[in-house]
Design a protein around this ligand. Sequence first.
Ligand code: BGC
Length: 655
Amino acid sequence: MSAKTAKKIRKKFGKQPEPSRVHEAGPLFGRTIIYSVLILALALAVGSLYYSYNANKLPPPLPPPPADALYKQADQPIDKRVEDLLSRMTLEEKIGQMAMVDKNSIKKPADISRYGLGAVLSGAGAKPEDNTPAGWLNMVETLKRQSEHSRLGIPLLYGVDATHGHAGVPGATVFPHAIGLGAAGSPELVRSIASATAEELAATGINWNFAPMLDAPEDIRWGRTYEAFSSDPELNARLGAAYVEGIQKPVDDRPTLLSGAKHFMGVGSMEWLSSNNKNFKIDQGATPGRYDLLDNQYLVPFAAAVKADTGSVMVGLNYFGDKRVIDNKYLVTDKLKNELGFKGFVVSDWYGAYEFSRTSKYKANITTINAGLDMAMLPYDYKDFVKNVRRAVKKDEISQSRIDDAVRRILYQKFKAGLFEDAGYTVTFDKFGSAGNRQLARRAVAASAVLLKNNNTLPLSKNSGHILVAGSGADNIGRQSGAWTVEWQGIDGNWLPGATSILEGIKQVVGLTSNVEYDKEANFDNLTAKADVGIAIISEKPYAEGWGDNAKPVLEEDDLKAIERLKASANKVIIVTITGRPLFMSDQITAADAVIAAWLPGSEGRGVADVLFGDQAFTGKLPIAWPAGIEQLPIKTDGTTADGKPPLFSRGFSL
Ligand code: BGC
């Protein structure tokens, strides 16, 4: 071989034997080697192309089942229907059921039937172009119809995070975020809210809600503190069970929905600076592997949700000790499924089967499914998932019986929710953002307000004379609704149709009996005399997940100034906090005449006015301890602070 030929080969195929050495073996022999190498390389290339073509290729479709197949008969017991359907499914169809895909990642709608996908979600912000209830219904039903066209016609689950109402859709009733409901502490109220949320979901065709959130936050710096009811696992258990019942129990002719208790488990105890995500500080982090706390702390709310028959449980993105929870067979299978007796299906969180995994996607699929994962919120590449899981089953790295168990669980829930039958439910939008649901939300807002301080100031008289209102949260529906409202991170500002700001609520309550004057910055320079009362409604900008991790949750500079100016302009100053967590604000609390924690009340700002002016009594209690400063964090669920001193206000406090 000439040096020139060898160079050409090297360029094409990488490192080759040195031309001189090839040459030494004689011209003919040298050429034979080159040809062999070429043929081998060609064979390898063709082989790998053929393999990947075949791996991606689905087997030819089987004929459809008979019209009277047992699983199609509504009067048959669910177990029998599940077994009949399972016995008709190909391996690929089973794996498809185990896949959940974000609606924005579906390459073409027909893939839903082609791959027999089990579920679709609208991750926060994955909305239809026509962002109205009718637009949502149309989007969801179009995708659901695709699955009806699949060979076996297995219906599709469509999930969203309606954690404080169906708040992804403008015009929905936005209920207080969970922390407010924890303050209200009433299972009946939570059950009614979940049920009203289910009505609004059903109106848009959605049949699965990724709620309730059962984490018990120990560190208020965490950006998801407000998504939790409280730091008390027992209270979370009571409220969580009520939420599951409200979502899953049909009222009137409304179809059953599935609830999604999350995030299994120990997520509220992740440690500051343990995040595996470089953008975050605590979210997606690590929980110390305290196995001794499982039964009395971490599993308590999940045991209650299981008892209330939750259809699904979502596993968090956290590590427990040095292992991801999703990889932990002991936690997911032995504890949750076997010991607690969970009969629904286990779903992973967003990209959770892969996120922070230290292995390949293929291996992550094997580990998580073997640990007990039934449905993966992929949420992107379903083709890859089907290919990998199929390969793993063929190689016996995942057993056929594990796959059957996963699919059996998913199908059971689909039958139980009546998805295979047309329940004759006629979709109407009457319940969507209805007066009744808004009334319920307003009641919840009042019930969630916690009175932290009161120097003979509250309730205010409606004849207070001159009332000044200021602060970033007074006239900002976006802030009072918080994140997970239309957009994942929420929207700062007044834009939500049908909602009432707190300022507007105050004006409505006092009517013409008092003069209400508003300026966000509290520039009331033209006053001839001090006003009777100043109300500073301070707030946090909306945030979701790790983007809300905050090393020092304090008041915004503008709100601090507004409080100061109000003090100069009014005889009494009341502070209302519109925040997802307690803030470090001991000085402001000391200086104020009254302080109310109103959390993230949602669309019905009038509920705040109801307690301010005594139309409703204060009944809320602190759902989480209020620390004096950073040195007290974390505050354990049993109330122990990091500095050993009592917090500013303990959990359960109220006047
Ligand atoms: C969150 C979950 C949520 C999921 C789907 C994830 O980022 O951790 O709570 O259910 O997204 O939107």
